[in-house]
Design a protein around this ligand. Structure first.
Ligand code: ADP
Ligand code: MG
Length: 616
């Protein structure tokens, strides 16, 4: 029996990922079910078999009143035939119904969970292609709630809708069988139908906007929770737990309100839909009873008829449910489509080439860039967004190490992001090995160029896996060598499980400097042609940084490197220094040349070397 021996999923099975190749229809004018059709159609056989089983179950159910009616008339009243035959038929019908019910439920739930799997993977794959501008502007709580509760409400509808369709069919058949017994009584039964229809329409109209509101309020709450958890250090540091609680309570209150409106509407409409037909039951009993007394109708027929009316209750109950689930699924599907319809802002150009063994010559030519100019989630971009880079030109020959120096907010990190094609410049060109980067596949571009950001991101896996992230097939020896070069081997060895230590959420159980060193080890292991160091050693102690520089120097020797740095010790790694201001290069030369000839360089250095290191 279920529960006695729970079947565990075989976790050791190697995780192969059956790729989801189906796509929803891109025509936004189609209804949500039509848009989902390509996905649903992959399960057409399963759906067909399940519906067939449901029809069998339904027929088995619907024959029962007729058999009972005949049994009453023939065996109990007329005594023209034995009861055993009828009992046997009822037993067989019962067994048939049980088996068919199992089959269609299993089939439909299996289908619905497959659709859920497909949608979730499609959504995730699509998220991977979306632009950074999308992630800059859309809250992660919104994305998480769409990937969870919205997909679930579509899944629920998928499982129920075919059952309800069959219920509707059973309704038609039951009406037919009832008409065969007595047309006047059937007409009385149908009197309530227009009323049910009208109430159903009203319910549908209210449910759709309400479902939308509820889903978006759930997303609001997910965002508050997400930010409170990820920002817990800030929340605690400012002792503003109370403030977060109040923000959450406000959102929860708004959600509760919407849920209550939904349930009030549901509570006031569904009983009407379910019980209107019961009025018919009373009238049928009265009229039918009189007819039976007159002898116009047999007792068995009256019993069958009443059983049919009871049978009709189920479809009526389902109408209410179908309307509610349907409207919720529609709202949710449209929320999911909002993400799926979002075009990937940065796409591989048709005919983009894979770049192998790049030399690493980098050039920016007259680049102009402002953040937030793209349309995201249907919201038009800001045309008047402040321009970060304007007429930015820089040529870096292969193998050179260049330091970029500039005030905070002058666009240094933006240069790195444009080179990786995280964003697309509005004008000008970025070239690698004299090829426009837009003509290179993003995959090969990003494996040629590596970025070590100032705030490294560690995954909640082992340190080994974090270091080998860019080269998953790295051996233990390679990972250790990389860690040694990044001066990380020492502290990793002191950890309880060494390289197998699983780091906490985002690596917050390590110090900022330790995280940066792991991130550098990641770089050393990947050994790319172009290296971007964006303040990557800012949190590492000066003495440790010196030893990392030894390793860096040998790594950087024949690779193009752009270092963004404030520390003189880091700038000293560079062959050449470029000073930027207001989105342009304003001075270019060696550190010594700039010190001698460029007062703005000294000014910038003074402003940014908070440690008061000597800069000459
Ligand atoms: N993702 C973003 N969306 C919108 N504006 C941004 C984004 N990132 C940076 N900016 C803005 O662009 C300007 C340059 O930023 P950045 O390149 O990070 O400067 P730097 O690295 O030199 O300190 C800043 O004014 C900053 O506010
Ligand atoms: Mg920066």
């Amino acid at each position: 029996m279920p529960g006695d021996n729970i079947i565990f999923e075989p976790v050791q099975k190697s995780s192969t990922y059956p790729r989801v190749t189906e796509r929803i229809r891109s025509d936004k004018s189609l209804g949500w079910l039509r848009r989902l059709q390509p996905i649903v159609m992959t399960h057409r056989w399963r759906i067909a078999c399940s519906v067939l089983a449901a029809v069998v179950a339904m027929v088995a159910q619907i024959l029962v009143p007729r058999v009972v009616g005949l049994a009453v008339d023939r065996s109990l009243i007329d005594e023209t035939s034995g009861l055993t035959g009828f009992v046997l038929v009822l037993l067989v019908l019962g067994a048939l119904r049980a088996t068919a019910t199992f089959a269609y439920r299993y089939g439909l739930y299996g289908m619905a969970f497959k659709v859920e799997y497909q949608l979730r993977n499609m959504l995730f794959e699509h998220l991977g292609q979306l632009s950074f501008s999308f992630f800059d502007r859309v809250q992660s709580g919104q994305i998480i709630s769409r990937a969870n509760s919205d997909i679930r409400s579509v899944q629920m509808f998928m499982a129920f809708a075919p059952i309800m369709a069959v219920q509707f069919l059973s309704f038609i058949i039951a009406i037919g069988l009832m008409a065969a017994i007595s047309i006047p009584l059937t007409a009385i039964t149908m009197v309530a139908l227009p009323g049910v229809f009208a109430i159903g329409q009203r319910l549908r109209k209210v449910m759709f906007p309400l479902s939308w509101v509820i889903q978006s309020r759930q997303a609001e709450i997910a965002t508050v929770v997400d930010e409170s958890v990820n920002g817990v250090r800030v929340v605690k540091a400012f002792a503003s737990e109370q403030q977060q609680i109040e923000t959450l309570a406000k959102g929860a209150q708004r959600l509760r309100w919407a849920n209550m409106v939904q349930h009030r509407t549901r509570a006031s409409h569904t009983p009407l839909i379910e019980n209107l037909p019961r009025i018919a039951l009373a009238v049928v009993l009265l009229v039918g009873g009189l007819q039976t007394i007159d002898g116009a109708l047999s007792v068995g027929d009256l019993i069958s008829f009443n059983l049919y009316i009871l049978l009709l209750q189920a479809p009526f109950r389902f109408i209410g449910m179908l309307l509610i689930l349907g409207q919720r699924a529609k709202a949710s599907a449209e929320r999911i489509f909002e993400i799926l319809d979002e075009p990937p802002a940065v796409e591989d150009r048709p005919g983009a080439i894979d770049l192998f063994d790049a030399h690493g010559a980098v050039s920016f030519k007259d680049v102009r860039f402002a953040y937030g100019t793209e349309t995201v989630g249907g919201n038009p971009g800001n045309e008047e967004a402040p321009v970060v880079l304007n007429g930015f030109s820089l040529d870096i020959p292969a193998g050179q190490t260049v330091a970029i120096v500039g005030k905070t907010g002058s666009g240094k990190s933006t240069i790195a992001r444009l080179l990786l094609r995280f964003y697309e410049p509005q004008a000008g060109q970025v070239r690698l090995d004299d090829k426009e980067i837009a003509a290179i596949t993003q995959r090969s571009l990003r494996s040629t160029i590596s970025l070590v950001p100032d705030e490294p991101f560690l995954f909640s896996t082992s340190i080994f896996e974090n270091i080998s992230y860019g080269k998953p097939d790295a051996t233990r020896g390679e990972v250790e060598a990389a860690a040694k070069a990044a001066q990380a081997h020492g502290f990793i060895s002191e950890l309880e499980s060494g390289y197998d230590t699983v780091v906490g959420e985002r690596g917050y159980d390590l110090s900022g400097g330790q995280r940066q060193r792991i991130s550098l080890a990641r770089l050393f292991l990947q050994s790319p042609s172009v290296i971007l160091l964006d303040d990557s050693t800012s949190a590492i102690d000066v003495e440790i940084e010196q030893s990392i520089h030894q390793a860096l120097k040998s790594l950087l020797q024949d690779r193009t490197t752009i270092v963004i740095a404030h520390r003189l010790s880091t700038i000293a790694l560079a062959d050449r220094v470029v000073l930027i201001d207001k989105g342009k290069v304003i001075a270019d030369g060696t550190h010594r040349q700039l010190l001698l000839n460029e007062p703005r360089y000294i000014e910038t250095l003074e402003a940014s070397t908070e440690t008061g290191e000597p800069w000459s």
